[in-house]
Design a protein around this ligand. Structure first.
Ligand code: SF4
Length: 315
């Protein structure tokens, strides 16, 4: 599933996943949001053409994110069309807000027409990524503002998926930051309750140029803090229970994530963040896929070289 970056030659890489960050709006408002939002609604037809070319170039695992992809018009039709291409897996990252208001029925309540139900969505996905950053409404809202009941809503959503998923297909995504790091085991306890969960990603908070320096400083945790938290989790009983239940756990530091994804926003602009969270734009992707992939590869190579400078040879 979550394979390392594939090397296709000594100095050329392919991204682990093509991340279509094409939802241009979101149901929540995270203070530390790193997304480089597009200005326009996504052109789904052109995106499909683009994905087809990327698949031919060897990138066949697709993530759909945003913003929140539930805000995309005709999302289900887009997913059906994606399936017609030779994609290997489709993952959709969502807060799931509207799914829990209509978890089990195909009928959509007034005002939410055009948005998919949980059942209709799950049928079309290999994985669904859901954020969980705390163990109460108050701790969740330390990062994800704008939905004061988000923790309860997320639990409700997970309960609904537990009852309908034929196999574990939920990936929980946690942003570990200065205010929730000590409570990771409490988040883990909630995850253990849900048979639908197959994997837990814990992402070290990454600073970003999309927000202020003060906000970055408030969430920042150092590498040693992050590694200590991983050690504490790995040694805990809850971690062993997770392993016994088949839930894999991955602590993903800022450095380890460098250049793992090729991100494309709703305007069709490709970008990649560097280690300090600076957004590096690679330009428009449509009809330029081969060049974008080549530029992405060179950029990643450079970022990784900066991260691990070659050892100096003493003379
Ligand atoms: S859920 Fe994701 S896209 Fe939405 S505001 Fe938060 S970080 Fe940004």
């Amino acid at each position: 599933m979550l394979t390392p970056i594939q090397a296709v030659s000594n100095d050329t890489f392919l991204p682990e996943r093509l991340n279509l960050a094409i939802g241009k709006r979101c149901f929540v408002s995270c203070q530390g949001c790193y997304t480089h939002f597009g200005q326009h609604e996504p052109d789904l037809k052109r995106l499909l053409e683009s994905v087809s070319l990327f698949v031919d170039l060897g990138v066949s695992d697709i993530t759909i994110s945003g913003g929140d992809p539930l805000t995309i018009n005709n999302l289900l039709g887009f997913l059906d069309d994606l399936r017609q291409l030779k994609v290997r897996s489709i993952k959709l990252d969502t807060v799931g807000t509207h799914l829990i208001q209509n978890p089990l029925r195909e009928e959509i309540p007034p005002g939410l027409e055009g948005r998919p139900s949980l059942n209709s969505l799950m049928k079309r996905l290999d994985f669904m990524g859901i954020p969980l950053d705390g163990w109460s409404n108050a701790t969740v809202s330390l990062f994800r503002a704008g939905r004061p009941q988000l923790y309860e809503e997320t639990k409700e959503l997970l309960d609904a998926i537990d009852g309908t998923a034929g196999f574990p297909m939920v990936i929980i995504n946690t942003v570990a930051h200065a205010m929730n790091l000590s409570g990771l085991s409490r988040i883990g306890q909630e995850i253990l309750r849900h048979p639908a969960v197959c994997h837990w990603n814990i992402f070290q908070f990454s600073p970003t140029d999309q927000v202020s320096a003060e906000i970055n400083a408030g969430y920042r945790i150092t590498d040693p803090m992050f590694h200590m938290a991983e050690k504490a989790w790995r040694n805990s009983l809850a971690s062993h229970s997770a392993t016994a239940k088949g839930i894999t756990t991955e602590f993903r530091s800022v450095r380890s994530r460098l250049g793992q994804y090729l991100l494309i926003n709703s305007d069709g602009v490709a970008w990649v963040p560097d280690e300090r969270g600076q957004t590096i734009s690679l330009g428009a992707v449509f009809q330029n896929e081969h060049q974008i992939l080549s530029d992405w590869s060179k950029t990643v190579f450079r970022l990784r070289a900066l991260r691990n400078p070659p050892a100096r040879i003493e003379t």
